[in-house]
Design a protein around this ligand. Sequence first.
Ligand code: CO8
Length: 261
Amino acid sequence: MSASEPCVLMEVAGGVATLTLSRPAALNAINSQMIAELDAAISAVEADASVRVVILTGAGKAFAAGADIAEMQGYGEEEAWAFASRGQRVFARFEKLGVPVLAAINGFALGGGCELAMACDILYSSERAKFGQPEVKLGVTPGFGGTQRLPRRIGPQAAMELLFTGRVIDAAEAHRLGLVARVFPGESLLAEVRAVAQEIAARGPLAVAWAKEVVRAGAHLPLDHANRLEAETFGRCFGTADQKEGMGAFLEKREPSFQGR
Ligand code: CO8
């Protein structure tokens, strides 16, 4: 694939932005170009007030089969550190994004691909998907957050088994471990995830954004601090038109029409 061909495709429809990783010949291996394009796509999402939900998926039979081994092979220490840092910064932008990010994991999510999926808010998987952090098979550690997000998602013991062995697991095991929220047949995955996205898009946008913000911020705080943050956020909701509309609509027995303010 030439450097000028895009490897992240973006489509916005009905308040949902779908980002598709697209280097199918290399199983969507994550290279520098893809990281830069993900960065730009996130900025485009931030600039588009119509976007209420993001879906991240992959073209072909992979979500992403890892960071691009061909690109990384010749790296020295500095370059590897810089690549890892750049990827980490961009992946973290999904967590900070003011709208939910749903991963529709259509196939292999290995190494950097699993790490990218874990930076999304909710992971949905095709029955065909495979997950793993196989970096130790290549003589390296994960570098895009796998040593940190995997234990936070499935607990340190199960995470360390996967991290130390490089074992690849199927969608059913990923579900059992709590890594993915739900598993769908491959052919209906995207439609199912789009249905969830539409459901979210119909809710109060500020309430959804702030719920994400509190969950994300609270995860790093002691419970009493986190609950204080929740109470403050709940209070903030009562200064919005959406709260008046949402509660008013309930009492008037009609559907709410939220404005996001
Ligand atoms: N990087 C580059 N190319 C890849 C990658 C990859 N991660 N994965 C697959 N490809 C390429 C193959 O080389 C092949 O190319 P070609 O057709 O030119 O030979 C093409 O994609 C198709 O792959 P396969 O023929 O291997 O397809 P199979 O269906 O037989 O196998 C597998 C699929 C099992 C997924 C297999 O491709 C595989 O094992 N891939 C590598 C998986 C892996 O080890 N991933 C982890 C990579 S390391 C990583 O992600 C570190 C993240 C931290 C980065 C920090 C930066 C410093």
